[in-house]
Design a protein around this ligand. Sequence first.
Ligand code: C5P
Length: 216
Amino acid sequence: MIVTLDGPAGAGKSSAARALAARLGWWYMDTGAMYRAVALAALDRGVPLTDGGLLATLAESLTIEFRDGRVLVDGHDVSETIRTEWVTVATRPVADEPRVREVMKHLQRRLAAGRDVVTEGRDQGSVVFPGADLKVYLTACAEERARRRHREELARGSTASLADVLAAQNRRDDGDRGRPVGAMRPADDAVLLETDGLSPEEVLDRLVLLVAEHRP
Ligand code: C5P
């Protein structure tokens, strides 16, 4: 069975997808990490972020694996490096490139084949797994998402204000929604789950119920 979890940054997607996969004993695929991995490899190897053809060739040449909750690229653990700000910024042009998205789509389908999977991203239900048994679009209002992100950033020692975090989030949302290929949007048959005011446990409970209802 395939469950897709899409939605904007800060809606609690990653924790929800991870927790759901753990609860069900299924595989968890973090597709944002895959785009980040390509961006990191491009930075490391000096591939220009403006050259879509070269980025796609690079994406095709990489071995991206998930092992024990870690992300490996060509056997190297990049789990922490892909979360750094310089990689986050470089991921944008990489994820905007249709040829890279095409490579990622096929890789994601190959990785999920024959498994019970919770896959998380922006386009998993709308583009990559249109036949998924359950598609969830997880969201929350912009202010709530920014408040959560701001709390996390403060805990990491950041001094950014809530207004800064909200402005950066709005820019990211606009970019995600405006992408010509693979734009963030709910699939037509997605279940919308608004997480405003819900605790992570409540979100998980709802997801578990949805999975039970949608089992083939
Ligand atoms: O979710 P995360 O922040 O790790 O995503 C990293 C980047 O990859 C974001 O810019 C996001 O728009 C992009 N992405 C994407 N398609 C996906 C998952 C992530 O374009 N399926």
